[in-house]
Unconditional design. Structure first.
Length: 371
């Protein structure tokens, strides 16, 4: 970086345990962080898992206070959870679930100045790693993000827990992790900062590994390729953001995700599914407005790859085939609002130009042929 400039990075959790049996191995470490953690989750499907975690903590003499999100990571829930944590005398937050649960746990710990432990139950995002939380409305519409003081004190990435998640969550995580390359390579610009340059190249390596391993990972859950891909999505993607810091920002792919969340029709799609579609839209913008033929080539490569993983590659796939023009305009207006990450593109984008890219992003792309 340029001489005289100071850059601050929250790079990684203070401690990471990963692999089969990581939860059991982490149990002796938890009492030093919290003896009465707020055990936060959301899904009814994962409630038995959280009960098992609570039982395991109890055998260590720890008293977990069970808590659940009612919505996404929203202010309504966060306020109620903060009150619950105070009433119960909690001295830490242990969040176990998907990205929105992990974000809520991190943000709650940040506001209450408590230690944070994250236990992902899927590899759908890198939220268990990062010093960042996304805020949504109670209805599920993206509102903004919050930078946190630090990453979690402890991240427990237990392969056995993650393996129980539906395959769809891993495919979603693949799309979200792939976006690191397509966004960081743009937002970093011509940065001379060595850490930023290294983070961008790590994002390229991550993309290449996912292109090679993802099909096998989904076909053979629990196998070696699965382990590499799950950790790439849940861990490496977070490391890239930590190393690159503010110069490895999200760009149009996540801005499109944020716009799509404004429509109730899209709330059934996972975070990474919307981000993956946003990558295709970003590449289309780079082609149409930036004259980048390499972006057009990348889109033609990526579309059949996403399709082979069961990821959405069109508005129809996202349930927006019958969406009205005004609904799509609402998506684009939000994605193009002032301060949006979309404006990290090296050229201006108007809402009507984004709409054209949104509609045409999957056109002219072949079906993947598997040899």
């Amino acid at each position: 970086m340029a001489s005289g400039l100071l850059s601050q990075h929250s790079i990684a959790p203070a401690r990471l345990l990963r692999g089969p049996g990581a939860w059991a191995a982490a149990l002796p470490l938890i009492p030093a962080l919290s003896r009465r953690p707020l055990l936060l989750g959301r899904s009814a499907a994962t409630r038995p898992l959280r009960q098992q975690l609570a039982n395991d903590l109890g055998q260590r003499g720890l008293q977990a206070e069970a808590a659940e999100l009612r919505c996404d990571c929203c202010e309504l829930d966060l306020s109620a959870l903060a009150d619950q944590a105070r009433r119960a005398g909690c001295d830490g937050v242990l969040a176990s679930g998907g990205g929105k649960v992990l974000d809520a746990g991190k943000l709650l710990a940040h506001r209450l100045q408590l230690p944070c432990i994250t236990v992902p139950s899927s590899a759908s995002t890198c939220a268990g790693w990062t010093a960042l939380a996304n805020i949504y409305s109670a209805e599920g519409a993206f509102e903004g993000d919050v930078a946190l003081e630090r990453c979690p004190e402890l991240l427990i990435f237990d392969h056995g827990l993650v393996l129980q998640a539906p395959a769809r969550t891993l495919a979603s995580g693949i799309a979200d992790a792939m976006a690191k390359w397509y966004e960081a390579s743009v937002s970093s610009g011509q940065s001379s900062d060595g850490l930023v340059q290294q983070a961008v190249q790590q994002a390229r390596v991550l993309r290449d590994q996912l292109l090679l391993d993802s099909s096998e990972a989904l076909a053979q859950p629990g196998g070696e390729a699965w382990g590499r891909v799950a950790e790439a999505c849940g861990l490496t993607a977070g490391l890239i953001g930590g190393l690159g810091g503010a110069h490895c920002r999200t760009v149009a792919a996540h801005a499109v995700h944020n716009g799509l969340t404004q429509l109730a029709r899209c709330h059934g799609s996972l975070h990474g599914e919307k981000v993956g579609f946003g990558v295709l839209v970003q590449l289309r913008l780079e082609e149409l407005l930036g004259g980048n033929q390499l972006a057009a080539q990348a889109r033609r490569q990526l579309t059949p790859f996403f399709r082979s993983l069961g990821l959405p590659v069109s508005l129809e796939d996202l349930g927006l085939g019958q969406a009205s023009l005004s609904e799509l305009q609402q998506v684009c207006a939000f994605a193009c609002r002032s301060g949006s990450d979309l404006h990290h593109l090296p050229f201006p984008v108007a809402a009507e130009e984004l709409l054209a890219a949104l509609v045409s992003s999957s056109q002219g792309c072949p079906v993947l042929e598997v040899s």
